[in-house]
Design a protein. Structure first.
Ligand SMILES: Cc1cc2nc3c(=O)[nH]c(=O)nc-3n(C[C@H](O)[C@H](O)[C@H](O)COP(=O)(O)OP(=O)(O)OC[C@H]3O[C@@H](n4cnc5c(N)ncnc54)[C@H](O)[C@@H]3O)c2cc1C
Length: 405
């Protein structure tokens, strides 16, 4: 059976995690404005998600997780994102990305160490971006120098989602052996839990960004000043440091599907609200829904959300068919770029249908609009993702980095 057939014939009614998420949705929707207004992390939601087994759904059963597929997680993420973008982001990062990298490439000891932390409610942080290495991530300068059985990390990361609230940090750094010879880029796992006295020397949250949306999620600048990481906390793929970054980034394809799914879920939620509103609100003696100008907008919005969902869920499902266990890179990039760009349009159009009411904070539309804006930037910009897709469909290396490779 080819990818498409397998995807379309899957019985999508069997998703116990989605049922549990739906039970939590009303409370999560009620609290969504609060995290935004107070710029506070959604600890109450995290406790509920953890209790319901939604943190660490993808962790294999032998490590205490649920063994869920990425498609099942995507369905849960869409449901959460319809009500609270922040909660959906927590879900993505507790089930995709960093934790997936540990489960796929970590040693059994690393898996056994990380799993209970996530199951108890942690959303691991992935630390790649630096002030001078954004889209050109491999130009990072954070370094890790080998000293016996430890590595000494020095450098700075910024825009690290969850910095200060996360307990697990997967830090990417250039690794150097004892002789100072560069080995490649590796992933270093660091555990931080001040409430339980785990405060590694040399790990510092320097500052928090003041963001336009997703205001309850800390975006932090981190500094590492001779931060010691034991060698057994290095995430090594089979190809070692040389190809390590490339391998570890396969895990990031799951995070991209997750991020695109959040954008699509926010758009779906905004569209649902707009459909209800234009049926109820009357102008010129008729419900707004009877005006063709808005009907055609709704038709386009439906098509964009539907197309995004199909692309994203198919990308999520591609993980089940791949050797890596992660979504296909091209499908993930294409789906995230498409969904994130179109979600901005859909949420904007939904807000438009509310008129002035959409611009005020009596409705969640203005918050959703601010929230959804980030998904063409974080986790690989739309331009970089399209460059990847173009390279793949044209079968060429896209000569658009400084090195031209
Ligand atoms: C809310 C949020 C959360 C984030 N979370 C994390 C996180 O948890 N961990 C982490 O490591 N990073 C995180 N990031 C950082 C994110 O990955 C980077 O912002 C992103 O990779 C882009 O880098 P940059 O911002 O430096 O933009 P730049 O790379 O400077 O790009 C600026 C503009 O130029 C375009 N551009 C750059 N190169 C090209 C090219 N070759 N061709 C065409 N256009 C190009 C980009 O698309 C963009 O529009 C987050 C960012 C945001 C906004």
């Amino acid at each position: 059976m080819n990818t498409h057939a397998a995807f379309f014939t899957r019985d999508r009614t069997a998703n116990p995690w989605l049922d549990r998420m739906r039970e939590l949705s009303p409370g999560i929707a009620d609290r969504a404005a609060r995290w935004d207004r107070e710029r506070s992390y959604c600890w109450q939601n995290v406790a509920e998600l953890s209790e319901a087994g939604l943190m660490g759904m993808t962790i294999p059963r032998r490590f205490g997780g649920g063994g869920a597929t990425y498609l099942q997680v995507a369905e849960v993420v869409e449901e959460a994102a319809r009500h609270c973008t922040l909660t959906a982001r927590v879900l993505v990062e507790a089930n995709m990305g960093g934790i997936s990298a540990v489960m796929a490439y970590g040693t059994d000891a690393q898996r056994a160490f990380a799993a209970p932390i996530v199951l108890a409610g942690d959303k691991p942080a992935i630390c790649i971006s630096e002030p001078d290495a954004g889209s050109a991530a491999t130009q990072m300068t954070t370094r890790a120098d080998r000293r016996g059985d430890r590595w000494i990390l020095n450098g700075r990361k910024h825009w690290i989602t969850g910095g200060g609230v996360s307990k697990l940090y997967l830090i990417f750094a250039r690794a150097f052996d004892e002789a100072g010879v560069e080995l490649g880029i590796g992933g270093f796992l660091v555990h931080v839990d001040p409430a339980n006295g785990i405060e590694p020397d040399g790990f510092k949250v320097v500052r928090l960004e003041r963001t336009m949306g997703l205001c309850g999620m800390p975006e932090a600048e981190l500094a590492f000043d001779n931060l010691e990481v034991p060698d057994d906390m290095v995430l090594r793929t089979r190809s070692g440091f040389e190809q390590g970054f490339k391998d570890l980034m396969t895990a990031y394809n799951s995070q991209r599907v997750g991020a695109g799914t959040i954008a699509m879920g926010v758009a779906a939620g905004a569209m649902d609200r707009a459909k209800q509103y234009i049926r109820e609100r009357e102008q010129f003696g008729r419900p707004l829904a009877e005006f063709q100008g808005l009907q055609w907008m709704i038709a386009d919005m439906e098509a964009l959300v539907h197309a995004s969902r199909l692309m994203l869920f198919e990308a999520a499902h591609s993980a089940a068919l791949s050797d890596t266990g992660f979504p296909d890179m091209t499908k993930a990039a294409q789906a995230k770029a498409f969904a994130s760009e179109n979600a901005i349009k859909v949420v904007n159009d939904a807000l438009q249908m509310f008129g002035a009411r959409g611009y005020g904070d009596l409705e969640p539309l203005e918050r959703m609009y601010r929230d959804v804006r980030m998904f063409t930037i974080g986790g690989g910009t739309a331009q970089i993702l399209k460059t990847q897709v173009a390279g793949s469909v044209l079968g060429i290396k896209t000569p658009q980095t400084r090195q031209g490779t």
